[in-house]
Every structure is written in structure tokens, then in C-alpha cells.
Design a binder for this molecule. Structure first.
Ligand code: ADP
Ligand code: MG
Length: 701
């Protein structure tokens, strides 16, 4: 019944009608009563508090002032027309400015009438002004809407000209509340509702839009956020459970010769405790009879490769083949080289298969994989597109997960009835909350310890005014036999100017670091793969001193002799990206440096990003700050996941609620794995409805 109510078309709501209905659909995606109910306020204003204009400053949030418009003029030329008004309350006056909907405003605003003004004060030309304020005639204030905490809603300029500013939407919400059925059936298990003392659903929807008190608002918010997060977690966890039930894992029962001999004879260093712990976790998983899906997080340089290699040896010890996939050819090549070198005397047939592998060689590799003579295959992610057939693929390592979507993961499983164990490695530290959500169906291992003896990279921020000093520093490092990266941003939208920027930079560097004393390489995404590889190899072999590059070198490349990373226009990079880039140095024994170059002027966010980089090398702290700054939608790796589509909860701020929700979901599945008990029927139904609504990530399982 309630469901029917929710799905009624929005134009049927009193006060909407066809025209406003169309606009609500187009502008805010509100099609139904339910959509409107879920159009939650993004903040609240204390309607009992009136400011006087004398008190205003630009640091205040949304404020409320009582006063009169004393003048209105349209200014500017045709293209940049705007309207300015003066608003006076007897203690002083402020300027009001509008850039859109001028005609409509001119015809509705009245001079010298008392208004309640609502808006965010800002500073402009040294004076306080409010841009696009909301104005309500004092005589028309509706006491029914004036709760002490008034909800503020997102809206658009188009909607405002139709009377649907924030208060207009509030009016619709009121109407909706009047029509709302007095009781809803519960959508959460009784157990959680009781033990967490959650507000019931009907009350929560009332209190989120029309709170009587800050406490009621908080309780409503908690309830609704909990529900949102609970169902995401329940869905992920039941997906994982279904997968465990459906697939048997290959059993790695023994630790054999390959593993043991590698450990005793080949390993050039003692493993860190973190590496040992993770290898143990993997061994336990692979021996359990369940299919492993594990995410391995470890900061750049934490030594994930050797963990991957030892896991693959374990597979070979048990009669299986293994495969390692990297996001780029350069990386695949590098992995092949490192791994062959590490294996040394140990006789393990390893093959490298990439886009550049010639047809004849490719055919031989295919044969070797099919007859089982090749034990380890290394290649790019393109491998899953390739018609590769293994004799017995037992273990797959995917390096640098954030370039490898969940869908691709699913395709891997499709390759055999008994899917291989999967280890996904990422150097992008993911804050716990995000990991729980995006990878909520995976088990997570963390290498939280760097190999001993690493000197922390020293990071500084310099402006263009210091360029000469920076160049001199580079020359000193090169004289000591070290190599240098200089990285330029290359971001799609502005590709042309970025390309020019890179070329100008390269030319200037060649001039300032003249041959034959200095040799400079350049690598960017527009080059042919062969040229890229050639330049890269020159740098790897130490034939060039400086590598000028775009972010193509971001991931994984290992040149231990490179000790300085200069990042140009550093303000244009996101935090995770800066951290990834910095991770290219500090791989050898020498002290390494990261120099962040910017112009003199910086926004607040950019300043905070640079400050964070200078202050810490801790990838997890950087990831947390990144999440706070950008929000989960933009944080690294979440975009393609499609899972983080939250209406109310915020993964950056609601870590605790998420934790509680995950625990509740876990407990529920423990008690009732298939949600068959009658008291869980509501949960079952709700979960089905959610699955139906967003079909596509069911395919992941
Ligand atoms: P990442 O986790 O970024 O992939 P790598 O696996 O490339 O890191 O390792 C970085 C460097 O650290 C490599 O040169 C590797 O040989 C070295 N390394 C890995 N583990 C250890 C260890 N336990 N002790 C000393 N050096 C190690
Ligand atoms: Mg690596």
C-alpha cells in the first residue's frame, strides 16, 4: 500500500501539476511521491534566530534577516547582465545580487515591503552581499512551516522561477506529509530497530523534513542513514555468501618445493612481518576449500610483488598454473623481469604475453598454457580478452586494482567452473569505509609496514619563483649519479593546452639541462607504445638523467636509482595521484625528494592537499584526507564501482554508522543465511526490491 503511495506521479501532488511536475523531473529527477520524500534537506537553519545586518560577516552559514529592499537596478551589458538590490534593516545595508531569472524577479519583488531574507553572506568588493537570496514577504510567512529547524533543499534556478525555491519545495514536502499514510510497515529487522532504538520509519520521514528539535532530526537521520548502509552491506555480504556456496575453491593443501626453495634459496631479504602475515592469510584461504577473493592493500614500495610471487609458487606446488595481470605493458614487462630475476636458479617456466607479442610467439605461449608446461603467465589486463586457455589455472593476481573494474573481475570467474583464487593488489590506500563498501564482498589484507631501512621521502612545496634553486638542486643530485622525474599534468578536457605545456616544459628543460652533459627522456600518452617503451627503457638503464612525463608513469614503474620527483602544476592533481607519483621515488637506499611546484596563488583545497603531502608519507592518512576533500563519489576507485550512490549517508563522515550497519548485517546473515525466518520477511522483500531496482551489480557475483 505504501509502495503504491510512493510510486504516484509527482504531478498528482497538490501544488505541483503538469508544468512544475515536468520541471521537477528534468531538474531534480523527482518523478514520484517517493522521490520527493527522498529529496532530503542538505542543511537546516534555525528559524528562531534573526541576525541584524550589522552582525553579518562572510564566515556565517545561512542566515535570516528581516528588512526591506530599498532599490533594484539591472547592471552590466547584454551578455553579463545582473540585478543588484539594496537590502536595509535599519542597522545597515547589504547588496543582493541575481544573475538569472531577472525578468521574473523584477515582476515579483516589491520595494519597501518587509521581507524575511534567507541566504549565505559572502564578501564582494570589500562589502557583504548575498547572491540569489530567498525572500519571503514577512506578512506571508506560514507559521506551519516555521519550525525552529527549517530544512533547506537543493533546487535549481529554473525551479526557483517557478516558485520552487527551497521554501517552495518545503511547501510540497508539507503537502506530502499531510497525504502520507499514518503508518508504514517497517523495513528493518525488529532486532536492529529495538537494539539500536531506531526511530520508526514513518516518524523518521517526518522528522527529517520537519524536525521538532535537533535531537529528533539527529535520530531521524541516523535511522535513515543506517537503513541505507545496512542494505548495501547486506547485499554485498549475501553476494559473497552466495558465491561461497556456489563455487568450490581449488584446494592448495601442500606447501611444496617451489615455495620452500624460493623462501630458503632465492629470497634476497627477510620478509617483513606484514608480508608474512598476508602470505599466511592467503595460504589459509587457499587451503580452505573456498574460493578466495582477496584485496591486498599496501602502500607503494611495501613489497606486494613478492607476496604475489610466493602465492603463485604455492599454486604451482599444488599442480596449478598462475597468472599475473598488470594495467600497462611497461608494468607487465617490469614484472616479468623482476620475477624472472627473483626466481633465479629455481626452474619455473614464466611467459610474458602482451599486445606486442608476435603471432608466432603468441601461438607457442598458447600451447604452453594449454599443455601446462608454462607455469606462470604475466601480461596486461588485455589477457582476459585473449582466447587464452589454461590447463589448470589456480591463482590470478591483478595488480593495481583501480584500473580494473568489478565487471572485468566477473569475466575472470566466467573462465572456468572452478574459478581460480583471486588476489587483487592495490597501492591506492582506500579508507576503511570505502573498502567496506566498494570491496565489501572481498576479504581484505593490508601490508602496513615498509621494508626496513627506507628513508622517508622528503617532500617540499615550491613556487615558480624558486625554479632556479630547484634546477640547481636537480643538477646536484644528477652529479651524485641519481635520476630525476619531472611530471606534467595531462587531463582530458584541456588536453591541447596541457600538451603545449608539456612540450614547452620539455624544451625549457632541454635548454636548462644541455646535452651532452645531461640527457632527457620524454614519455606521454600520445606516443606510440614502441616509442614509449624505448624512452622508458633508456631511463631504466640509466642512459638518461631526466624523465619528463605525464602521469603515464603513475603506476608501478620501478627505477630505484631515481631519487627526485618534481611535479609541475601540482595543484591540479588529486591527493591520491600525488601520492602515487611520489611513490615512484624512494625505492632505493638513497634519500629521496618530492618537489611540488605551483604558481603563487592557490585555493584552499589545493593548499590543504599540498600541506598534507608535505606533512605525511602515510598513504592511509592521505586517502582519508582525499575522501574528506573530494567526497566518496570522486575518491579514487569509487567512480566505476557504481555502488556508492547514497542519498543521505556520507562515507566520509558516517564511518561509525557504517560499522554498526555492517555488523548488524553480518549478525543477521549468521542467524539466518537465506533470510527464511518469518521475522526477516521484510528484509528479504526489501532486499529483492533493491536488487530489482539496480540490477547491474548483481552480475558481479
Ligand atoms: P609494491 O608494493 O609497490 O609493488 P614492490 O613489490 O615493487 O612494492 O617492492 C618495492 C621494493 O622493495 C622492491 O625493490 C623489492 O625488492 C623491495 N622489497 C620488498 N620486500 C622487501 C623486504 N621485506 N625487505 C627489503 N626489501 C623488500
Ligand atoms: Mg607494485
Amino acid at each position: 500500500m505504501v509502495q503504491d503511495f510512493f510510486s504516484q506521479p509527482i504531478e498528482y501532488l497538490k501544488g505541483v501539476g503538469p508544468q512544475r511536475g515536468d520541471l521537477l523531473k528534468k531538474e531534480l529527477g523527482i518523478f514520484t511521491f517517493g522521490d520527493l520524500l527522498f529529496h532530503f534537506p542538505f542543511r537546516y537553519v534555525d528559524r528562531t534566530r534573526f541576525y541584524s545586518i550589522r552582525e553579518l560577516n562572510a564566515d556565517l552559514p545561512y542566515i535570516q534577516v528581516r528588512g526591506r529592499i530599498v532599490s533594484l537596478v539591472v547592471k552590466g551589458d547584454k551578455r553579463k547582465k545582473f540585478m543588484a538590490g539594496r537590502f536595509d534593516d535599519g542597522t545597515g545595508s547589504i547588496e543582493l545580487r541575481w544573475f538569472q531569472g531577472l525578468k521574473w524577479l523584477q515582476s515579483t519583488l516589491q520595494l519597501n515591503q518587509e521581507y524575511i531574507l534567507f541566504g549565505k553572506p559572502s564578501e564582494w568588493n570589500g562589502a557583504i552581499s548575498v547572491v540569489h537570496p530567498e525572500l519571503e514577504l514577512a506578512a506571508e510567512v506560514n507559521p506551519a512551516l516555521a519550525s525552529s529547524l527549517q530544512a533547506i533543499y537543493a533546487t535549481t534556478e529554473k525551479l526557483k522561477t517557478r516558485g520552487l525555491d527551497s521554501r517552495g519545495i518545503l511547501r510540497l514536502q508539507k503537502q506530502l506529509q499531510i497525504q502520507l499514510p499514518p503508518r508504514f510497515s517497517e523495513t528493518l529487522p525488529d532486532n536492529s530497530v529495538q537494539s539500536l532504538r531506531l526511530m520508526n520509519r514513518r516518524d523518521a520521514f517526518a522528522a527529517i523534513h520537519f524536525p521538532d528539535s535537533p535531537e529528533a532530526q539527529k535520530k531521524a537521520e541516523f535511522r535513515l542513514k543506517f537503513e541505507e548502509l545496512f542494505y548495501i552491506q547486506l547485499r554485498l555480504l549475501s553476494m559473497k555468501q552466495a558465491r561461497l556456496e556456489k563455487f568450490r575453491g581449488r584446494v592448495f593443501s601442500t606447501v611444496g618445493d617451489y615455495f620452500n626453495r624460493f623462501f630458503k634459496e632465492c629470497l634476497p631479504f627477510p620478509l617483513t612481518n606484514a608480508q608474512k602475515r598476508v602470505i599466511k592469510e592467503i595460504r589459509t584461504d587457499c587451503g580452505s576449500g573456498r574460493q578466495m577473493n582477496r584485496l591486498l592493500q599496501g602502500d607503494v614500495g611495501s613489497g606486494k610483488t613478492v607476496v604475489a610471487l610466493m602465492s603463485m609458487l604455492l599454486a604451482i606446488d599444488n599442480g596449478f598454473q598462475a597468472c599475473l595481470m598488470a594495467p600497462t605493458e611497461i608494468l607487465a614487462n617490469q614484472h616479468a623481469e623482476t620475477i624472472s630475476k627473483m626466481l633465479g636458479e629455481l626452474d619455473v617456466p614464466v611467459a610474458l604475453l602482451t599486445g606486442s607479442t608476435k603471432t608466432a610467439a603468441r601461438r607457442k605461449i598458447h600451447e604452453g598454457l594449454q599443455d601446462g608446461s608454462i607455469k606462470i603467465l604475466i601480461g596486461t589486463h588485455a589477457l582476459i580478452e585473449d582466447p587464452v586457455q589454461f590447463k589448470a589455472l589456480g591463482f590470478v593476481v591483478i595488480d593495481e586494482q583501480h584500473r580494473f573494474g568489478v565487471e572485468q573481475r566477473a569475466r575472470l570467474w566466467a573462465k572456468s567452473d572452478t574459478p581460480p583464487h583471486i588476489l587483487v593488489m592495490t597501492a591506492t590506500p582506500i579508507p576503511r569505509t570505502l573498502a567496506m563498501t566498494i570491496y565489501g564482498d572481498l576479504d581484505v589484507s593490508v601490508i602496513d609496514e615498509l621494508p626496513p631501512g627506507r628513508k622517508p621521502i622528503s617532500t617540499v612545496h615550491r613556487t615558480d619563483a624558486h625554479r632556479l634553486q630547484v634546477w640547481n638542486f636537480l643538477k646536484k643530485e644528477i652529479a651524485l649519479g641519481r635520476q630525476v622525474y619531472i611530471v606534467y599534468p595531462l587531463i582530458k578536457e584541456s588536453e591541447k593546452s596541457d600538451m603545449k605545456n608539456l612540450e614547452d616544459g620539455y624544451n625549457a628543460i632541454c635548454r636548462d639541462f644541455p646535452a651532452p652533459q645531461y640527457r632527457v627522456s620524454i614519455v606521454h600518452g600520445k606516443q606510440k607504445n614502441a616509442d614509449k617503451d624505448f624512452e622508458m627503457q633508456r631511463f631504466v638503464k640509466g642512459e638518461t638523467h631526466i624523465m619528463v612525463a605525464t602521469t603515464v608513469i603513475e603506476v608501478g614503474v620501478n627505477v630505484p636509482n631515481a631519487s627526485v620527483m618534481v611535479i609541475e602544476n601540482a595543484e591540479r592533481f588529486g591527493l591520491s595521484q600525488l601520492h602515487q607519483l611520489r611513490g615512484r621515488v624512494g625505492r632505493g637506499a638513497d634519500q629521496s625528494y618530492c618537489i611540488l611546484m605551483t604558481g603563487p596563488k592557490l585555493g584552499n583545497d589545493a593548499r590543504l592537499r599540498l600541506k598534507t603531502m608535505v606533512e605525511t608519507n602515510d598513504g592511509f592518512r592521505i586517502a582519508e584526507t582525499d575522501l574528506q576533500l573530494r567526497g566518496p563519489g570522486d575518491a579514487e576507485g569509487t567512480r566505476q564501482s557504481g555502488i556508492v550512490d547514497l542519498k543521505l549517508a556520507d562515507l566520509a563522515k558516517d564511518q561509525q554508522i557504517l560499522q554498526v550497519a555492517r555488523e548488524a548485517a553480518l549478525k543477521l546473515l549468521e542467524q539466518d543465511p537465506h533470510l527464511e525466518k518469518p521475522e526477516h520477511a521484510v528484509v528479504h522483500r526489501q532486499l529483492d526490491a533493491i536488487r530489482k531496482r539496480s540490477g547491474n551489480w548483481g552480475r558481479i557475483s
